[in-house]
Write a protein that binds this ligand. Sequence first.
Ligand SMILES: [Zn+2]
Length: 202
Amino acid sequence: VSERDKLISAGVVLNTWGHVPATSGNFSCLLSPGKVLITASGCHKGQLEHKNFIEINPQDGSVINSKEKARPSAETDLHLNIYKHCSSARAVLHSHSPMASLASMPQDRSKISLQSWELLKAFDGIDSHEQKIDIPIFDNSQNMNDIIFEFEQYLQSHQLKIPVYLIRGHGAYCWSSSVERCLHQLEALEYLLNLEKLACRI
Ligand SMILES: [Zn+2]
């Protein structure tokens, strides 16, 4: 199965969950050190076709190959920034997860802490439910450089426990060694945020 097909399948799954409504969300994977495959702007992520992908240079975001006159996702720079800082990342999925959007909305909330849930083990690097993990929340902005700045500031003073961050009222970014692993983590994230909501902690 090609990386393109894996991202198409991920879009179908995320769409059945209702996490990529109305052309929202964007997906990418690292094809080689010099080539990132990313979804084009403006297409529905539950109905992706091969022509809806663009190959770009991760160094500067320049387009290497595009089947049509498609533009890369408006949030391309966030994907590239994750590949830059997280060397194990081979795929990045961004969804407009309802729970990630809702839980990140309060202005005074800068993180969501999770502990004691067995499903924490679904996240990369977590092998016990006892570990406490903090998921950072960054303010939303239409200028991707603002979000990149927040992420880079965060990395200077924190160790990211799991490969996820939330953008306020917007959704989640998740990365991993594969598209499938990203999808598992997004599924676990939604499940755990739902439990936190039911427990009235968020
Ligand atoms: Zn988005």
